[in-house]
Design a protein around this ligand. Structure first.
Ligand code: ADP
Length: 383
């Protein structure tokens, strides 16, 4: 219908407009709660009552953060200062987060929250929070992870048979091989190794995403742990005539309480990337620096670098930079996503500097000790 054909809207009274706002609020499919400028609940729609198990009378007039209890993935009640509604009030901006709400019957449900301050001439009048029960999404996520985990485990069995028999062939148990046969076998060995790595990457990612990664902290010396990896890393470096160095800088012990296997996975990933993305005859250096409360590891290479415009995507799932895709076809874009996830689990940090054509420096730090709550597997983390 053309705009000119539209019947002009009848003028509404203030009372009618008020009723319309009420009806709008009530019919929002997600939970919606509004508060005054002090955080006292002024309105609750039926969806919010359904999700939280409270009636409107039980909620209206109460102080939002006290009545509606939010907890973290570890069942710890969220501090007032960390509640999205507080952040929205303090910053004057909309805040989106995922957390758990405790229903009236004590059950905890995962919710996705969007809260916006209501401002009039820049002054806060209150806030409106819209939230959604994401139990079903998390369940689908869990099933997806379980499927990948199951499929990866099942793939391992035939793969280990392939590995055993190719090793028997290369070791000459089935007679001498000619040059062409040897060359084909080494291609098979390389491909099976890559498939093995891919499977363990997928398994680790599903463990991180489902919050079921188990951490076994032990006291380890980081420089000794990296030294143990050197023979395998040197093998990769030598194949490209890359000069690989390990150095310890600064004073103090490199001892930390952490999960040694996870740290090995992190270092192997960063160093193999450095080797892979550096042209032949280049240089890769691993530097370990002990600090007071943490130990830092730096992996520097003289390689192709990461273009500036893609640097903010480096830790995203499946990301591979344009300059690399042209040169190196093998790769999944999962390595750094996994490394970041593993470091988060160990309370570590990661960052990098890179210049295209000059090289890349990746840094990560690990704390001297892990908080106790991290020493076992956790329930589904924030999605
Ligand atoms: P993959 O190596 O399988 O592609 P990663 O997640 O390990 O996946 O790395 C993602 C992308 O980040 C790589 O494809 C590459 O573009 C870039 N990258 C990572 N490490 C380096 C490095 N040391 N030098 C240059 N580019 C790198």
């Amino acid at each position: 219908m053309a705009e000119t054909d539209m019947p002009s809207a009848p003028r509404r009274t203030a009372h009618e407009r008020q009723a319309e706002v009420e009806a709008l609020f009530t019919s929002i499919g997600d939970g919606a709660i509004s508060t005054d400028e002090f955080g006292r609940i002024t309105r609750v729609n039926p969806a919010a009552q359904g999700i939280l198990g409270y009636s409107e009378d039980e909620l209206v007039g109460t102080w939002f953060p006290k009545k509606i209890i939010a907890v973290s993935a570890d069942d710890v009640p969220t501090n007032l200062i960390d509640r999205p509604i507080t952040k929205a009030f303090l910053t004057g901006r909309p805040i989106a987060e995922k957390m758990f709400y405790r229903r009236q019957d004590g059950q905890e449900i995962p919710v996705s929250i969007n809260v916006s301050p209501i401002l009039l001439n820049g002054k806060p009048l209150g806030a409106i929070e819209v939230f959604r029960d994401i139990s079903l999404e998390q369940e689908v996520d869990r099933m997806k992870s379980e499927f990948i985990s199951l499929a990866s485990h099942q793939l391992r069995t035939p793969l280990s048979a392939i590995k055993t028999y190719t090793h028997m062939l290369t070791d000459g148990y089935m007679g001498d091989l000619n040059e062409a046969q040897n060359k084909s076998l080494s291609t098979i060995v390389g491909a099976t190794n890559r498939m093995n790595e891919l499977i363990s990457t997928l398994l680790n990612i599903t463990r991180i995403e489902s919050g079921t990664i188990a951490i076994s902290p032990k006291l380890v010396k980081l420089n000794e742990l990296v030294e143990e990896l050197m023979p395998e890393l040197e093998l990769m470096a030598t194949a490209k005539s890359i000069d690989l160095k390990l150095q310890l800088r600064g004073k103090g012990s490199t001892a930390i309480k952490t999960d040694a296997l996870i740290v090995k996975e992190i270092v192997t990933n960063l160093v193999s990337n450095a080797i892979k993305y550096t042209p032949d005859n280049g240089q890769v250096t691993i530097t370990i620096r002990p600090h007071r409360n943490e130990v830092q590891v730096e992996v520097t290479d003289s390689g192709w670098g990461i273009p500036k415009f893609s640097q903010d995507q480096v830790f995203s799932k499946f990301f591979r930079a344009q300059n690399i895709v042209k040169r190196e076809t093998t790769g999944t874009g999962l390595g750094l996503y996994l490394v970041k996830g593993l470091l988060d689990t160990l309370d570590g940090k990661i960052w990098f500097h890179s210049e295209e054509g000059a090289g890349t420096n990746f840094f990560f730090t690990l704390p001297r000790t892990l908080p106790n709550k991290k020493s076992s597997s956790r329930k589904k983390a924030k999605a």
